[in-house]
Write a protein that binds this ligand. Structure first.
Ligand code: SAH
Length: 342
């Protein structure tokens, strides 16, 4: 039988393990796990015999760093190897408000968006809550900084790994652990309507970002297969309900692709769809990916698109490009690693 992975457990669940009695032991262990130790041998305030028992009876996940790239703007990108040989990427970014980590939620992805490197080799498997958490723990430890913000925007579709992602969100906000509040966490989805509706019912204060990338179903279906399953009016209505239920405004991501979705007509159509929602549009210039015929919009097209949205009362910002010199866009490093090992 597989050993229990301790970092997947809440303090209450740890306290139910026979080895972790009396109860304060579980608290100590939880705190060590969430400081990013690789084994119980590092839990120096536990009796030696207990440390040995923990290492013999349980698993403490710890990724192995395969690569680390540091950008000229300080962004750090990591490629980790997980216990079973799968690889995932993590990006650490510095902002005025602190350090933010962009985590992967799956090894690979099955959404099939045509512009995205993460999905080219399909889905290998879901990450466990501990493996998502480890990306923050080990990146923060490596960089020697305290992480205050998290974005679930790395490889994978978080709502396609719903239960593990929910448990991760719970663990990462615990006071005895990283204690990162829901308002400092953003979850990005390609638009799984069922998942959005389910998430709304959790009443979390996280920010929901939806990858819209087009002003209508026709264009959206050409770049995102998920749009064939969920029409845009259903998606926007689920987002409206998410706002009504949680009180948190949904924000939309919009990749700017040259001559495809960046025309003034597209801007007007998008503005009409989002009118009155109070939503925010986060425009992102497409990151070039090698085999793709899709090209990033010109800076002029980005500017006029933004101005048109703003003129219609839609709050629109253009995302800063951090780490573009180190392939920091979604899935690019992992994909390189996979093609090298084939
Ligand atoms: N599956 C989720 C989260 C991971 S993708 C989602 O789709 O939102 C995170 C963001 O990166 C998404 O908005 C995605 O569309 C965007 N993205 C993917 N490939 C990109 C590229 N080549 N250039 C710019 N953004 C990209």
């Amino acid at each position: 039988m597989d050993k229990i992975s301790l970092k997947d457990l809440t303090p209450e669940e740890l306290a139910a393990l026979p080895e972790l009695q009396p109860a304060y032991r579980a608290k100590q262990v939880f705190s060590w796990l969430h400081r990013g130790v690789s084994s119980a041998a590092e839990m120096t305030d536990l009796p030696k015999a207990l440390r040995e028992t923990i290492d013999a009876e349980y698993t403490i996940t710890h990724p192995v760093m395969l690569r680390r790239q540091v950008s000229s703007d300080g962004t750090r990108k990591y490629l980790w190897e997980l216990g079973d040989g799968n690889c995932v990427e993590t990006v650490l970014m510095q902002y005025a408000h602190g350090y933010s980590v962009c985590v992967s939620t799956q090894a690979g992805c099955r959404m099939g968006c045509v512009f995205c490197a993460s999905t080219k080799n399909g889905l290998a498997r879901n990450l466990t809550p501990a493996e998502i958490l480890d990306q923050i723990l080990f990146a923060g430890r490596d960089a020697g900084v305290r992480i205050s913000h998290i974005v679930l925007m790395g490889t994978g579709e978080p709502l396609d790994n719903y239960d593990n992602v929910l448990r991760f969100l719970k663990l990462v906000s615990m006071p005895g652990g990283l204690n990162i509040g829901a308002r400092n966490i953003s979850l990005s989805t390609s638009g799984l309507v069922d998942g959005i509706r389910r998430l709304a019912q959790e009443h979390l204060q996280i920010t929901l970002s939806v990858s819209l990338h087009a002003p209508n179903d026709d264009l959206r279906r050409r770049i995102m297969p998920v749009a064939r399953k969920y029409p845009m009016d259903e998606l926007l209505s689920a987002c409206g309900d998410y706002f009504d239920i949680t009180g948190r405004r949904v924000s939309y991501e919009y990749i700017m692709i040259r001559g495809f979705n960046d025309t003034p007509a597209c801007a007007r159509e998008l503005a009409a769809k989002l009118a009155g929602t109070g939503s925010h549009v986060n425009m992102i210039r497409l990151n070039n990916i090698e085999e793709s015929p899709l090209k990033p919009s010109t800076p002029e097209a980005v500017r006029s698109f933004q101005q048109l949205l703003q003129a219609s009362g839609i709050n629109a910002t253009v995302r800063r490009r951090l780490g573009s010199d180190i392939d920091a866009a979604c899935g690019q490093l992992r994909k390189k690693q996979i093609s090298q090992s084939l």
